[in-house]
Design a protein. Structure first.
Length: 594
């Protein structure tokens, strides 16, 4: 019997320990690159700051239970997929609010007023939230999966695009606390039922107006799906489970061009989005991965090769995922890609990718080589041991403000039935936190991060942002058939930080695609305003940089996406929330809340 290297690692992790496993995972031709990596990455802190996460969701007023399919049994794959969540400042008061997706149950007949709906929570600026769903006119019942934020009409108010198994919705922010469904008016309505998953706003042609990429998962007709346990793709570890995704028809991704008049044109085929063929796409994110000034798109795909669409600067894209090394794992195997985090974890000025996958596999860390390709750094980074989790939402987050991006991963199995079997895995799972050691490696510190991390849920989407404006990054999590978690970061603000809110004028108003570089001494960090990410979710549009012990910022650069012009600011105070408007400089400074 032959085993791939990853199969060997899965069976050996417990017996050998993660250190030796990581060594074995590294191909021989890469051994010589390890010292090279250490010399290129400045030494960082070896021990994390005393930070814990505490779930304050219920006391903060997040009292809406997520409803998503059966609790103890899933008959169809729609009941297992779950949905995203969003942090966004819908009323532009400087405090991020929360949008909560929701689902339903197949065949359920709800009493009047009892059907689950989506919800919008307004930040009260005192650590609590108020449910303003009815006032905002934003509640909907259905299988609402993904969410992404962007000001598509450049009126100064961020709008919401929501994906469904059914029909997607574009909610226009009216600027008065209410929203209007403009899906049909904007040309985004389709009569056919589709299963939208992740979405992302981007200005792919740099005309100053946000375009829209929508990932689709499965062409699902439950009347044509075999019953659970019937068929070759309806078993897992010998247990009869719901069928899919393999064996079911995959969906096709979509790209809409913003016509700058409030409407969109479907340019999917013209732009080359159909060329990779249908895929089980889940999460889409847009960043300038090759530093050429044009936004690219990465799509995490379930059970098929993932996609990296390179922007060709002429209105078209080319899938370079295989050539770039981000379509498969290091063994050339397809994986069950779920969520995506993007960040410059080694501070070399190039964006890297962290992708979550299904259990009995590792997640992937793709390190950007700076030449249009990526290196699978999963082994070198120390991720060889954790293979029992089904990973969903994830992100690069400097939770302790030491200037190096850490990783937070949200987990949850898809088969409730496994709790009746002794498989070493459970339906509800803990979260994971990896501390960046500043050497290209990470340390699993999950056990010491407090009850917000060690508690067990079957979670899906998560979003990152500083909801209490105290200078550290918090996390909101959507838990399947449970209340959402609001993980308050306690202790992360003991080190210094800066937070940047960008406002575009020549570029799109949300400034999606704008890049910020922060320099303190010899240390340089880079981030980019982005829509989507995690898993089918939206994080705070403000950019957060941990500064460690630096007492001032030597240099801050903003590169605006449409003009590619760079604005530079020097000798800035730390521990501030800065609002920078294109062409006008810093227009507002705010200190952290008490």
């Amino acid at each position: 019997m032959r085993f791939s290297r990853r199969q060997l690692l899965r069976n050996s992790a417990v017996l050998l320990g993660s250190g030796l496993v990581d060594f074995l995972r590294t191909p021989i031709w890469r051994w010589r690159t390890l010292p090279e990596l250490r010399t290129k990455v400045a030494a960082g802190p070896q021990d994390p700051s005393p930070v814990t996460f505490v779930d304050v969701g219920r006391e903060a007023g997040l009292n809406t239970r997520n409803v998503w399919g059966g609790v103890h049994h899933k008959n169809y794959i729609i009941e297992a997929k779950g949905s995203g969540i969003a942090f966004f400042d819908y009323d532009q008061d400087g405090w991020i609010d929360i949008y909560l997706t929701n689902g339903t149950r197949l065949g359920e007949k709800w009493a009047p007023g009892q059907a689950p709906t989506t919800h919008l929570y307004k930040n009260n600026r005192d650590g609590t939230f108020t449910d303003v769903t009815e006032k905002a006119g934003i509640g909907r019942t259905g299988w609402q999966t993904g969410v992404c934020i962007g000001d598509y009409d450049n009126d100064g108010w961020d709008d919401l695009f929501l994906t469904f198994w059914g029909h997607n919705i574009l909610f226009r922010n009216n600027g008065d606390g209410t929203f209007t469904d403009v899906t049909r008016k904007a040309g985004l309505w389709k009569d056919q039922v589709r299963w939208g998953s992740g979405c992302t706003w981007l200005d792919y042609d740099r005309d100053g107006f946000l375009d829209l990429f929508v990932a689709n998962y499965i062409v699902l007709d439950v009347s044509k799906v075999p019953p659970a346990g019937h068929g070759s793709h309806c078993q897992w570890e010998g247990i009869p489970v719901m069928c899919g995704p393999r064996g079911l028809p995959p969906g096709s991704n979509l790209l809409y061009h913003n016509d700058a008049d409030g409407s969109f044109t479907d340019v999917t085929e013209k732009a080359g989005i159909l060329k990779p063929g249908p895929r089980y796409s889940i999460t889409a994110v847009s960043y300038d991965f090759d530093n050429d000034g044009w936004p690219d798109i990465y799509v995490a795909v379930d059970s098929m090769p993932s996609i990296l669409f390179r922007n060709r600067h002429n209105g078209t894209f080319e899938d370079v995922g295989i050539l770039a090394g981000v379509a498969y794992n290091d063994d050339g195997e397809e994986q069950a890609g779920m969520g995506v985090g993007v960040g410059d974890y080694d501070c070399d000025g190039w964006f890297d990718i962290f992708k979550t996958n299904f259990s009995n596999d590792t997640c992937d860390l793709y390190r950007n080589n700076g030449d249009g390709t990526f290196r699978d750094a999963t082994a070198m980074a120390g991720f060889g041991g954790n293979t029992k989790y089904v990973g969903w939402g994830a992100g690069f987050v400097d939770y302790d403000n030491d200037g190096w991006l850490d990783i937070i991963q949200i987990n949850g199995h898809v088969y409730p039935e496994i709790d009746q079997h002794q498989l070493g895995q459970t339906f509800k799972e803990t979260r994971l936190v990896y501390h960046n050691l500043g050497t290209g490696r990470f340390k699993d510190v999950s056990a010491e991060m407090g009850p917000g991390i060690t508690q067990r849920f079957s979670s899906r989407g998560c979003a990152f942002g500083d909801y209490d404006n105290d200078g550290d990054v918090d996390v909101v999590v959507n838990n399947m058939n449970d209340y959402p978690s609001l993980l308050r970061n306690d202790g992360g603000n003991k080190k210094n930080w800066i937070k940047i809110k960008l406002v575009g004028t020549k570029c799109n108003r949300t400034a999606i695609g704008a890049r910020v570089r922060v320099v303190t001494g010899k240390h340089s960090q880079t981030d980019e305003v982005h829509s989507g990410t995690s898993v089918m979710s939206q994080s705070d549009l403000r950019l957060h940089f941990g500064l460690g012990d630096a007492e001032n910022i030597d240099r801050l650069e903003v590169k605006w996406p449409t003009t590619q012009e760079v604005e530079t600011f020097t000798n800035l105070e730390v521990n501030r929330i800065l609002t920078i408007k294109e062409g006008s400089g810093i227009i507002h400074r705010m200190k952290a809340s008490a």
